[in-house]
Write a protein that binds this ligand. Structure first.
Ligand code: FEO
Length: 183
Protein backbone atom coordinates (compact mmCIF):
# COMPACT_ATOMS: atom_id res chain seq x y z
CA UNK A 1 0.00 0.00 0.00
CA UNK A 2 1.33 3.41 -0.95
CA UNK A 3 1.32 5.76 2.04
CA UNK A 4 3.28 8.55 0.34
CA UNK A 5 1.16 11.71 0.52
CA UNK A 6 3.50 13.95 -1.47
CA UNK A 7 3.65 14.16 -5.25
CA UNK A 8 7.02 13.48 -6.89
CA UNK A 9 7.42 17.16 -7.82
CA UNK A 10 6.55 18.48 -4.37
CA UNK A 11 8.76 15.91 -2.63
CA UNK A 12 11.66 16.99 -4.87
CA UNK A 13 10.98 20.69 -4.24
CA UNK A 14 10.73 20.18 -0.47
CA UNK A 15 13.98 18.22 -0.50
CA UNK A 16 15.62 21.03 -2.48
CA UNK A 17 14.35 23.57 0.05
CA UNK A 18 15.71 21.42 2.87
CA UNK A 19 19.17 21.61 1.23
CA UNK A 20 18.71 25.35 0.68
CA UNK A 21 18.15 25.86 4.42
CA UNK A 22 21.28 23.79 5.16
CA UNK A 23 23.11 26.01 2.67
CA UNK A 24 21.76 29.08 4.48
CA UNK A 25 23.17 27.72 7.71
CA UNK A 26 26.60 27.31 6.09
CA UNK A 27 26.39 30.87 4.75
CA UNK A 28 25.69 32.32 8.21
CA UNK A 29 28.40 30.09 9.67
CA UNK A 30 30.98 31.36 7.19
CA UNK A 31 30.00 35.04 7.67
CA UNK A 32 30.12 34.52 11.45
CA UNK A 33 33.62 33.06 11.22
CA UNK A 34 34.64 35.99 9.02
CA UNK A 35 33.20 38.52 11.51
CA UNK A 36 34.95 36.85 14.42
CA UNK A 37 38.27 36.87 12.59
CA UNK A 38 37.79 40.58 11.86
CA UNK A 39 37.35 41.16 15.62
CA UNK A 40 33.56 41.62 15.67
CA UNK A 41 32.63 39.13 18.37
CA UNK A 42 29.09 40.49 18.82
CA UNK A 43 28.24 40.33 15.12
CA UNK A 44 29.76 36.84 14.99
CA UNK A 45 27.63 35.75 17.94
CA UNK A 46 24.48 37.03 16.21
CA UNK A 47 25.40 35.22 12.96
CA UNK A 48 26.36 31.97 14.74
CA UNK A 49 22.97 31.97 16.46
CA UNK A 50 21.31 32.52 13.11
CA UNK A 51 23.22 29.62 11.55
CA UNK A 52 21.56 27.44 14.17
CA UNK A 53 18.13 28.82 13.29
CA UNK A 54 18.68 27.83 9.67
CA UNK A 55 19.54 24.29 10.80
CA UNK A 56 16.19 24.25 12.58
CA UNK A 57 14.44 25.28 9.35
CA UNK A 58 16.19 22.41 7.60
CA UNK A 59 14.98 20.00 10.29
CA UNK A 60 11.39 21.20 9.99
CA UNK A 61 11.42 20.38 6.26
CA UNK A 62 13.08 17.02 6.82
CA UNK A 63 10.50 16.11 9.45
CA UNK A 64 7.61 17.19 7.23
CA UNK A 65 8.81 15.11 4.26
CA UNK A 66 9.11 12.06 6.53
CA UNK A 67 5.74 12.65 8.17
CA UNK A 68 4.07 12.77 4.75
CA UNK A 69 5.53 9.38 3.92
CA UNK A 70 7.99 10.57 1.26
CA UNK A 71 11.71 10.02 0.95
CA UNK A 72 14.28 12.40 2.41
CA UNK A 73 17.32 12.86 0.22
CA UNK A 74 20.31 14.32 2.04
CA UNK A 75 22.68 15.69 -0.58
CA UNK A 76 25.84 17.78 -0.76
CA UNK A 77 25.51 21.38 0.37
CA UNK A 78 26.94 24.01 -2.00
CA UNK A 79 29.84 26.06 -0.64
CA UNK A 80 28.97 29.47 0.80
CA UNK A 81 29.76 32.53 -1.33
CA UNK A 82 32.89 34.66 -0.90
CA UNK A 83 33.47 36.32 2.46
CA UNK A 84 32.08 39.84 2.87
CA UNK A 85 34.53 42.70 2.38
CA UNK A 86 33.07 44.89 5.16
CA UNK A 87 30.35 44.84 7.81
CA UNK A 88 28.15 46.89 5.49
CA UNK A 89 28.72 44.35 2.72
CA UNK A 90 28.05 41.50 5.16
CA UNK A 91 24.61 42.87 6.05
CA UNK A 92 23.83 43.51 2.37
CA UNK A 93 24.71 39.92 1.56
CA UNK A 94 22.53 38.68 4.42
CA UNK A 95 19.57 40.68 3.11
CA UNK A 96 20.05 39.49 -0.48
CA UNK A 97 20.28 35.92 0.72
CA UNK A 98 17.04 36.18 2.68
CA UNK A 99 15.18 37.69 -0.29
CA UNK A 100 16.45 34.83 -2.44
CA UNK A 101 15.17 32.32 0.12
CA UNK A 102 11.79 34.05 0.29
CA UNK A 103 11.43 33.60 -3.49
CA UNK A 104 12.11 29.86 -3.10
CA UNK A 105 9.52 29.62 -0.31
CA UNK A 106 6.93 31.45 -2.44
CA UNK A 107 7.57 29.01 -5.29
CA UNK A 108 6.79 26.10 -2.98
CA UNK A 109 3.59 27.79 -1.82
CA UNK A 110 2.55 28.29 -5.45
CA UNK A 111 3.35 24.67 -6.30
CA UNK A 112 1.27 23.37 -3.40
CA UNK A 113 -1.57 25.68 -4.41
CA UNK A 114 -1.45 24.45 -8.01
CA UNK A 115 -1.49 20.82 -6.83
CA UNK A 116 -4.18 21.54 -4.23
CA UNK A 117 -1.93 19.96 -1.62
CA UNK A 118 -3.41 21.90 1.30
CA UNK A 119 -1.29 20.12 3.91
CA UNK A 120 1.90 21.39 2.25
CA UNK A 121 0.34 24.78 1.60
CA UNK A 122 -0.53 25.02 5.30
CA UNK A 123 2.92 23.81 6.39
CA UNK A 124 4.63 26.36 4.14
CA UNK A 125 2.71 29.26 5.72
CA UNK A 126 5.04 28.97 8.73
CA UNK A 127 7.94 29.67 6.36
CA UNK A 128 6.13 32.59 4.74
CA UNK A 129 5.80 34.27 8.15
CA UNK A 130 9.35 33.33 9.12
CA UNK A 131 10.75 34.86 5.92
CA UNK A 132 8.87 38.11 6.55
CA UNK A 133 10.49 38.23 9.98
CA UNK A 134 13.93 37.36 8.62
CA UNK A 135 13.72 40.04 5.94
CA UNK A 136 12.71 42.54 8.65
CA UNK A 137 15.66 41.46 10.76
CA UNK A 138 18.03 41.89 7.79
CA UNK A 139 16.48 45.30 6.97
CA UNK A 140 17.03 46.34 10.60
CA UNK A 141 20.70 45.41 10.28
CA UNK A 142 20.98 47.51 7.13
CA UNK A 143 19.23 50.43 8.88
CA UNK A 144 21.65 50.24 11.78
CA UNK A 145 24.75 50.26 9.57
CA UNK A 146 23.27 52.99 7.38
CA UNK A 147 22.72 55.24 10.41
CA UNK A 148 26.27 54.43 11.52
CA UNK A 149 27.64 55.61 8.14
CA UNK A 150 27.39 52.64 5.74
CA UNK A 151 30.77 51.89 4.14
CA UNK A 152 32.15 54.99 5.88
CA UNK A 153 31.21 53.75 9.35
CA UNK A 154 33.61 54.95 12.08
CA UNK A 155 35.38 52.50 14.37
CA UNK A 156 33.46 53.94 17.34
CA UNK A 157 30.12 53.20 15.69
CA UNK A 158 31.29 49.74 14.68
CA UNK A 159 32.28 49.10 18.27
CA UNK A 160 28.79 50.03 19.53
CA UNK A 161 27.08 48.10 16.74
CA UNK A 162 29.13 45.03 17.55
CA UNK A 163 28.19 45.24 21.25
CA UNK A 164 24.56 45.82 20.31
CA UNK A 165 24.33 42.74 18.13
CA UNK A 166 25.73 40.52 20.87
CA UNK A 167 22.33 40.77 22.57
CA UNK A 168 20.02 41.51 19.62
CA UNK A 169 17.06 39.08 19.72
CA UNK A 170 17.06 36.36 17.07
CA UNK A 171 13.59 37.25 15.82
CA UNK A 172 12.02 40.45 14.59
CA UNK A 173 8.39 41.10 15.53
CA UNK A 174 5.96 40.27 12.73
CA UNK A 175 3.36 42.87 11.74
CA UNK A 176 0.65 40.29 12.54
CA UNK A 177 1.76 40.32 16.20
CA UNK A 178 1.59 44.10 16.62
CA UNK A 179 -1.27 45.90 18.41
CA UNK A 180 -1.97 49.61 18.90
CA UNK A 181 -1.00 49.23 22.58
CA UNK A 182 2.14 47.28 21.74
CA UNK A 183 3.51 48.71 18.47
FE1 FEO B 1 15.58 29.75 6.71
FE2 FEO B 1 16.84 32.67 6.77
O1 FEO B 1 15.66 31.43 6.08
Amino acid sequence: MNTNRLSKTLAAALNAQMTKEAHASQIYLSYAAWADKEGFGGIANFLFRHAQEERNHMMKLLEYILKRGAEVKVTAIPAPPENPVSVNNCFEKVFEHEVDNTKAVYKLVKMSLDEEDWATWNFMQWFVKEQTEEETLAMNLLDKIKIAGGEKVSSNSLYSLDRDLETTPDDAKAAQDVTADNP
